[in-house]
Write a new protein. Sequence first.
Length: 333
Amino acid sequence: MSMINHPKDTEVHDRSSGNQSDYGMAATRADVLSQVLTLIRLRGELVYSAQLRAPWGISFPKGPAHFYFVQAGTMWVRTPGAQPIAVKQGDMLLLPHGTGHLICDDPGSSWADIDNLVSSHFDRDKSVLDYGGEGEAAKLVGGLFHFEGGSLAALMTALPLTVHIPSEGAKTPDWLHALTHFLVKESLEVEPGSSLMISRLIDLLVIRTLRTWAANQENPSSWVGALGDERIGRALNAIHAAPYESWTVEGLASLAAMSRSIFAERFLSKVGEPPLQYVKRLKLTLAADMLAGGMRVTQAAAHVGYASDAAFSRAFKSQFGYAPSEVAQHRVT
């Protein structure tokens, strides 16, 4: 879519005993999310308004991540293999993986490809898409964003295909109205710095949406949803505050004020993998980003706490399916 051209792993070396009880205690549950989003470099691309009258349907191909905020009316969102989702006035919806999808006034409505509508129905000067028949109207704000963190973006696989924030469940819905208002305003006032402002506002919108979603997960099965669990969230904060520490299950359980066995079981249930497997994957993911930035294998291995290049290479290949020396050719941004 091109509507707007805005520019305990035994091979891990014990680097430092540290005082693990100091980590994470002063951090909030939102810190992990902030750290991860900083590492993967969330970037907003564009924003547009849409005025859509029934009957209507628009198909978007797989591409950048997408968000929608419904200002008036109702729209339906269909993604492959999933039931249609009704997104009502005041609702926010993210498609964080850039999944191809269809938006429409009714799941049974016919649809047109967005690329075929841009030339005839999109006002580039006003950033407005005007399309549909003569029926009931829906108004929405849409936008695109992406993650630039290469291998680190894999951390976002913890997110579902769609992140839906119903207006009834939002504790502070005013933030949605405020951010989308300023986004639309900036898109209409093309002044110096507008592209940067739009990107930053989209960043804020996506981060706030993810934080709201994470805080309301009743049965989390990933690190994002687990942030809503006070004790497991405390351990996750500690891990992300000091990812290169030689964490042990006992040390993390102590931070969570739980027994080792109960902590390990609860961490697995909430996050979806054992504590030390999570630590190992995070270290290797960070190492992959270092390698993509030009760091030598020996340096990256030492930085994330491996005693030898061989041990690091084995663990790295087991995690990603290719050797550390092959990072450049596998990097996707």
